[in-house]
Design a protein. Structure first.
Length: 441
């Protein structure tokens, strides 16, 4: 063993560390220490042999318990360390997962904010222009105020006033003062043109105001836009027809109070499709205004009874039958909505647990669901559950299931009778006490 290379290396290391004299001293000291330890061990063994056997068993049992406690502590520590690591990994994964969605949502929000600021600047400029134009009109009105004397002088300077011209002046004075003309007056005004004696125009009729003529010319330039009075009369008829079919006060109140909010909102649909298509920028004008969009609706269907997604889809330039086909197909629709409307729709559907009863929510990107969750949290903090129709019937809310099915919405006769459940095809709309939609989702 002394001639082996490892032993020689070890000996060389010891000699380089302690030297020859100190190495011998350490060796003798080590032998003395080992003797004392061995002697103490023998005395302990002798004492243990001389003591009762129960003490030895207790010591061995305590030693075993200590060993088990150390093993249990080791296992528990490893378990909780793995749990901590798993929680940290989950938090990291969640943060990385939502980071891109939140960034995209913030980017869209900033873009919408810039667009709205530009729109505000544009509207402010238009308002200033309108105020300036109003000041010009006021100044012109003061400058060109109707005056009987000026008009009579104008007529006298440019024509020959004969016969009872005083009666003409008195008539104009009554017009200026807005006073009634005496019933005894019988006035005939004849105008003769010396340069055109053969002119015989037809009998005088009331003339249209220049502003009315401008409105008619605008209507002729844009024949697609319906005039205001018919649309207003049509919408009023629809409202009256809708209100006539709703139940009376006490009965309607009892129906409203029967609706209760679900126990918990549905945060995501069961089926999801990964899609990053963005919705329309905030402030994008609709293709059709509400007045025009509600015009082609069949008589029994009232615009205010349509759900919000149906209203916005029709305002995007799709007729009712086309919207029915759109919403019944398994396709994305959120690209036709503005961000605020989309978040409002998702928050309502999440509140009423209706995400699985429509096709298009599964295509909405995750960032819009996060915004809808934030809106739900705000509603819960502010106790605004009535904003989603709890105990009431606001416009465009999602309610509990009550549907009816028809093949052609234009031939519908009684839209107030709830029948059946969600159909695969047909026209769905919101009743007075339950939620539906027209077209279907």
């Amino acid at each position: 063993m002394r001639h082996s290379i490892p032993a020689q290396r070890e000996m060389a290391t010891l000699l380089s560390e302690y030297g020859v004299d100190r190495l011998a001293e350490r060796t003798f000291s080590t032998v003395s220490v080992l003797r004392r330890v061995l002697d103490r061990y023998r005395r302990v063994c002798h004492q243990l042999d001389a003591s009762p056997s129960q003490s030895r068993q207790d010591a061995l049992k305590a030693q075993d318990q200590l060993h088990e406690a150390k093993l249990s502590y080791k296992f528990d520590r490893a378990h909780w360390e793995s749990e901590r690591q798993r929680s940290a990994d989950a938090a990291t994964y969640t943060a990385e997962r939502y980071q891109d969605d939140v960034k995209e949502l913030v980017h869209e929000h900033n873009a919408n904010k810039r667009g709205l600021q530009e729109e505000i600047s544009k509207l402010r400029q238009e308002l200033e222009d309108a105020h300036a134009y109003q000041r010009v009109l006021d100044r012109r009105g003061r400058e060109f105020r109707f005056d009987v004397t000026d008009l009579m002088n104008f007529l006298g300077d440019n024509s020959t006033l004969a016969c009872n011209w005083v009666r003409l002046r008195d008539l104009l004075q009554h017009y200026q003062d807005r006073t009634p003309i005496p019933q005894s007056w019988q006035t005939v005004i004849a105008t003769t043109a010396g340069d055109d004696p053969l002119s015989q125009p037809k009998a005088f009729t009331r003339l249209d105001h220049p502003d009315d003529q401008d409105g008619e010319s605008k209507q002729e330039d844009n024949p697609d836009s319906p005039p205001d009075p018919p649309s207003k009369r049509c919408s009023s008829r629809r409202r009256s027809s809708g209100s006539s079919s709703t139940p009376s006060g006490p009965k309607r109140t009892s129906k409203r109070s029967s609706h209760k909010a679900p126990a918990a909102p549905q945060l995501r649909p069961l089926e999801r499709v990964e899609d990053s298509s963005s919705c329309l920028p905030e402030g994008t004008p609709p293709v059709w205004p509400v007045e025009r969009a509600r015009g082609p609706l069949p008589g029994p269907i009232v615009w205010d009874d349509l759900r919000l997604d149906v209203q916005r889809l029709i305002c995007s330039g799709i007729f009712l039958n086309g919207a029915v086909s759109w919403l019944q197909e398994d396709r994305l629709v959120h690209t036709r909505f503005c961000q605020d409307d989309l978040v409002e729709m998702l928050s309502r559907m999440m509140f009423w647990n209706k995400l699985n009863e429509s096709h298009w929510p599964k295509y909405a990107p995750e960032r819009y669901y996060l915004a809808a969750e934030a809106r739900l949290d705000d509603m819960e903090e502010q106790k605004y559950s009535h904003s989603f129709g709890v105990g009431s019937q606001p416009q465009g809310t999602w309610r509990k299931n009550s549907y009816r099915k028809i093949s052609n919405p234009s031939k519908m006769t009684n839209p107030r009778t709830p029948i059946g459940t969600l159909p695969t095809r047909g026209c769905l709309w919101k009743t007075s006490a339950k939620w539906n939609l027209c077209p279907s989702l």
